[in-house]
Design a protein around this ligand. Sequence first.
Ligand SMILES: Cc1ncc(COP(=O)(O)O)c(C=O)c1O
Length: 410
Amino acid sequence: MVFISDLSRLYSDRAGKMRKSVIRELLKVTQDPEIISFAGGLPNPKSFPIQELEKVFDYVMENHGETALQYGTTQGLKELRQSIAERACKDGIDCDEENIIIVSGSQQALDTVGKVFLNPGDTALVGLPTYLGGINAFRSYESNLEGIPLDQNGMRVDVLEEKIKGLLKDDITPKFIYTVPTFQNPAGVIMPEKRRKQLIDIANQYDLIIVEDDPYGKLRYDTSAIKPIKAFDDEGRVIYMSTFSKILSPGFRLAWTIASPELTRKMIICKQALDLCTNTFTQFLAWEFMRRGSLDLHIMKICELYKPKRDMMIDAMKKYFPEGYTCYKPKGGMFAWVTLPEGIDTETMFLDSIKEKVAYVHGKAFHVDGGGDRSMRLNFSYSTDEQIQEGMKRLATVIKNKLQKEKVVL
Ligand SMILES: Cc1ncc(COP(=O)(O)O)c(C=O)c1O
């Protein structure tokens, strides 16, 4: 067969500008079974409730087979939306099933947000660092992303306000503020209630939308529950999203958005062109799993599995890493964020780490301003305890060698 030699002349400007996801590429390298990977944001497969889901599967087939195997509405299974709304109300979000869309993963919700709001050249505000999948989704709409630094309490609202003022002065209205306020990916930090309210005040004052991405809020290890930003939203300007990926199964490809009726309508129209409807079958499975009261118990089990892994990774860091690094101990979620001494570039160090058979994601991948060269994200949920111990030893060797090679004086 003869292939057309150069297709790039046919591509749309948008497709031509799209770049591969660093993480997807990294995950390919880490398929090597000898590599201990702290790179992906993968849940631990031991956490999947396989036996219980087998029973749920049989029940759904017997009782709802004809509907579960059929197309569904774009907005999603009503009963599942009702169950999600009930839970969201308990978290302080004033909503019902009409505010909810079931989407094919939060990633689809992020893409839909981009589709709804972003024209080429539009500006959106994101954290420094922020979730790489968010960056990719918004950039695919040819937008300009401005970064707002984080501290240990999440996105810095003082810098945010100054940035908004500066943009407005230049006649640029940012389309939305994207934030992962609870156990942030990648930094692990949590935004306290006071700052959540300040963020809402800023959005109200400057008439902006907030996109609140909350996949990790329920994976809490040693801190009390905190209300989502959406709980303080009196003006319908927060689009909240969460997912079953980290609390049940990412293979289900099930997540949800909670938004005002107007925004919900708009997002439904955009989603129609994407996939008509979310996987009906897994929606039934998730609904039945929740109807049996299994979800909360399951989340407890996940937290019991991940908390000691978090502790083990932080302890191994203390034990094996050379001096000069900093790491915020996350109170939940799946990631530890490490910053190494000045003079180390974690992107170039990645090749050394692959030789040592250990992997991480370098910090630059999460920075829209090209920063983050000294940092790296380590996932602690996926690996076995033995892999965490061994992987951290290997990583310590990589860092020590790099410090020597770069002649870094501590
Ligand atoms: C902050 C954040 N948002 C969205 C996603 C995508 O989740 P989903 O599997 O629901 O598409 C992830 C996945 O790691 C994430 O960390």
